[in-house]
Design a protein around this ligand. Structure first.
Ligand code: IMP
Length: 221
């Protein structure tokens, strides 16, 4: 394997994946690098189904190994919303739609803070489900969580999405105030990718042929 496609156009996500996948020492492509474009709608009810749909569709089309992720924020006081709707929370019919004045991230945050106004329970978690798919061979998936709290006001200008309003447990800074390396160490995506790299290491290890078989059957999708 000398190339891998990270199936995203989200620049913030891609930057994090590039850092997290650097131990593989292979070329990391994104959807921007692919000449022929195809559109895959994230219309499933779970993170895993969306990530799997993206991985399989892009992998079968471009015929190279793909990493696809579906991620989002789950807020306890909102019954787990925005969840799989995190990227387009501003526009969905839950607690009223939010106009996009500057950008979608800002509209999502405005809606979240509006819905949580006056609420004591600010508990939330980020979820990341990552699927690795090697066309006509196998697929594996992992998940990672980062638990924390939603702030009253946005703070910080790093990261992307809901980072300015999320404080990880045990921290006083928001995700958007952390250095990228710090975020990668504790983030949902960082944890999911670390698990994935471990599984891939076992699968590709020539010293452990037995483990290859075990992992393939145990984690095949
Ligand atoms: P998708 O996985 O590309 O469908 O988008 C997930 C959405 O969840 C993003 O657009 C963000 O709004 C949010 N999200 C996912 N991961 C993060 C993160 O690490 N920080 C902040 N927001 C995130």
């Amino acid at each position: 394997m000398d190339k891998i496609l990270v199936a995203t156009t989200n620049k913030g996500k891609l930057k994090e994946f590039r850092q997290l996948l650097s131990p593989l020492g292979i070329q990391v492509l994104s959807l921007e690098d692919m000449k022929q474009k195809i559109d895959v709608e994230e219309d499933r009810e779970t993170f895993l189904e969306n990530a799997l749909k993206k991985a399989k569709t892009y992998g079968d089309f471009y015929k190279i190994p793909v990493i696809a992720e579906d991620a989002g924020l789950e807020v306890e006081a909102l019954d787990g919303y925005p969840g799989v709707y995190s990227a387009r929370f501003y526009g969905i019919d839950f607690g009223g739609k939010e106009p996009v004045k500057e950008d979608k991230d800002k509209a999502n945050i405005d809606k979240l803070l509006r819905l949580l106004k006056g609420k004591k329970n600010r508990k939330a978690r980020f979820v990341s489900v990552v699927v690795f798919y090697k066309p006509e061979d196998f697929g594996i998936w992992t998940e990672g969580y980062c638990y924390g709290y939603i702030t009253e006001q946005p703070r910080g200008d790093r990261g992307f999405g809901y980072d300015p309003v999320f404080i990880p447990e045990g921290y006083s800074k928001t995700m958007a105030e952390l250095q990228p390396e710090e975020k990668n160490k504790i983030s949902h995506r960082g944890k999911a990718v670390k698990k994935l790299l471990k599984k891939l290491e076992k699968l590709y290890s020539t010293e452990n042929p037995d483990l290859q078989g075990l992992d393939r059957t145990g984690q095949q999708i």
